[in-house]
Design a protein around this ligand. Structure first.
Ligand SMILES: C[S@@+](CC[C@H](N)C(=O)[O-])C[C@H]1O[C@@H](n2cnc3c(N)ncnc32)[C@H](O)[C@@H]1O
Ligand code: SF4
Length: 372
């Protein structure tokens, strides 16, 4: 069975974190009926084009989808079930913020079909949480994690490191505390200062390159020793706990994206489509405005390479050939590829092409110079 996912974007949060450039607006009151109508209309539209596919993963992201009413979440899942066949073992994930979820809500989410939770913890240090503009304390986040693990066998948590003033030793201590939680999946992000965010306007500087690289290497080593190996730039999991939906993006799978700012990639009449929903929430709510383009084989190949190099598995040669009809090297500068191999940034063999830990640290520059 070919994997096919559905991403649902919920664009609201309790408040806007100063580092975040996701499409999310602070809000308190929601017209859930209007959102039901909009999601249903968009799902119906895409079901008309993809209903022959079997849904293998569903992902509620945001924003803070734990602010959705469980009635709305249930409505979306049931609407999807009415349009598509959903695989019996489909992964159904939701991102939650410790401020907007409690035991009762988690039990209800499990009952209506959510089977994987990703909790935005960000830090186990109250001072850092305050700096990051989070509305919860470490204790509140830990309580949510403690409850969540009794309800969801598949559980993840997000953390941000390389904060201004954080030393290698500070991060080592915090990471050790994170690993003691014994979670089977961790998303560990280096703080990036994104244009347009409050941090950007305030002139907050990212960590020095060398310190950030040391932190990355330390993260790689300690997570590996703890049995949660890196499987993508910022994602670590025990075997079998990888997020199947995210793997779909990184391995060139197909999915539709519903909700403001959501993107999709899927085949229709032998052509590969890229879709983008309007990132203006009010506009999307009213008319589900979106754009759609056909990707050329070269664009599709470049995406496959860019995404594949993010992962531990890398670009699978056989899968690439099956999708594109040519080997990955066709789209790369031969001399640059050779240099990156010689210098230990890339491994290229009969299985495919993958980045080493050293290569991951310069991934963007590597892709920029490698691709034709
Ligand atoms: C959609 S949010 C997760 C759920 C929820 N909104 C929350 O924050 O609790 C996705 C994750 O991206 C990470 N993130 C967002 N902006 C970031 C930035 N500028 N630098 C590093 N990590 C960032 C955070 O770890 C965040 O939890
Ligand atoms: S990090 Fe999460 S809670 Fe904070 S603004 Fe971004 S999406 Fe919202």
């Amino acid at each position: 069975m070919i994997n096919f996912g559905i991403y649902i974007h919920w664009p609201f949060c309790r408040s806007k974190c100063p580092y975040c450039d996701f499409v999310s607006l602070p809000a308190k009151n929601f017209d859930f009926d209007a959102w039901k109508k909009a999601y249903a209309q968009s799902l119906k539209f895409y079901a008309g084009q993809t209903a022959d596919k079997t849904v293998t993963s569903l992902f509620f992201g945001g924003g803070t989808p734990s602010l959705m009413s469980t009635d709305l979440v249930s409505f979306v899942i049931e609407t999807i079930r009415s349009f598509w066949t959903v695989a019996p073992d489909a992964e159904i994930s939701m991102e939650v913020n410790p401020c907007s979820v409690d035991r009762e809500k988690m039990i209800r989410l499990k009952q209506i079909g959510i089977n994987r939770l990703s909790v935005g913890v960000q830090s186990l240090n109250d001072k850092s949480l305050k700096f990051l503009g989070r509305l919860h304390t470490t204790e509140q986040a830990l309580t949510v994690l403690k409850e969540a693990r009794t309800i969801f066998p598949r559980l993840s948590a997000d953390f941000i490191y390389a904060l201004p003033g954080q030393s290698l030793n500070d991060w080592q201590n915090e990471l050790q505390a994170v690993l003691e939680l014994n979670l089977k999946h961790l998303s560990l992000y280096q703080l990036t200062i994104e244009e347009g965010t409050f941090f950007y306007k305030k002139g907050i500087q990212p960590a020095e390159e060398e310190l950030a690289a040391d932190m990355f290497e330390l993260t790689d080593r300690l997570t590996y020793q703890a049995g949660t190996e890196r499987y993508e730039v910022s994602n670590h999991a025990a075997a079998g706990h990888e997020c199947r939906h995210n793997l779909l993006y990184w391995h060139g799978g197909e999915w539709i994206g519903i909700g403001p700012a959501a993107h999709g990639r899927f085949t229709k009449k032998q052509q590969f489509y890229a879709t983008a929903q309007s990132n203006i929430s009010s506009q999307w709510l009213q008319s589900q405005t979106h754009e759609e383009i056909v990707l050329t084989p070269k664009e599709k190949a470049q995406e496959l390479i860019f995404m594949g190099l993010r992962t531990r598995e890398g670009i699978d040669r056989a899968a690439f050939l099956a999708q594109i009809g040519q080997p990955p090297e066709t789209f790369m500068h031969a001399g640059t590829l050779q240099d990156y191999q010689t210098d230990g940034f890339l491994i290229c063999d009969s299985k495919g092409i993958r980045t080493t830990a050293k290569g991951l640290m310069i991934l963007n520059a590597l892709c920029r110079t490698l691709l034709k």
